[in-house]
Design a protein. Structure first.
Length: 132
């Protein structure tokens, strides 16, 4: 069932509280979007750098609910990377779910639950600007 918290996506990266309410979504192939949720307090511009901690994942470019999973036969599955800049650590998890609520010409709205461990997780709502 839904495990989403109300309010902006927030959690911790390496034990440090972070908010990931805004991000960027870039077309990946014909049918997917690649997301980077960032720690900034406002919507980033498409030329913004990917500095700092981030939450990244790729999803089909359509409204829906996507359970995370890992696929041991091939690299991948549907994983979320909770990136920690301080240690340059990619914390990949298949524990969670992402819902894409709405897609317009310019933005994607969704919500995410992703848990790596007790010190690295995110839960809540996000909005991403669609970038070329």
């Amino acid at each position: 069932g839904a495990r989403f918290e109300a309010g902006p996506a927030r959690g911790e990266i390496g034990g440090v509280p972070r908010t990931f309410a805004f991000g960027m979504a870039t077309a990946e192939g014909a049918s997917d979007l690649s997301f980077y949720l960032l720690t900034g307090a406002a919507m980033p511009t498409c030329d913004a750098g990917l500095e700092g901690d981030s939450v990244s994942f790729s999803l089909p470019n359509q409204v829906g609910t996507y359970e995370l999973f890992s696929n041991d036969e091939f690299f991948g599955g549907l994983l979320v990377n909770l990136f920690e800049q301080a240690t340059f650590s990619n914390n990949l998890t298949d524990d969670g779910v992402i819902e894409i609520v709405a897609i317009t010409a310019t933005e994607v709205a969704g919500r995410i639950v992703a848990n790596f461990d007790d010190e690295t997780y995110v839960n809540g709502n996000f909005t991403a600007v669609i970038c070329p």
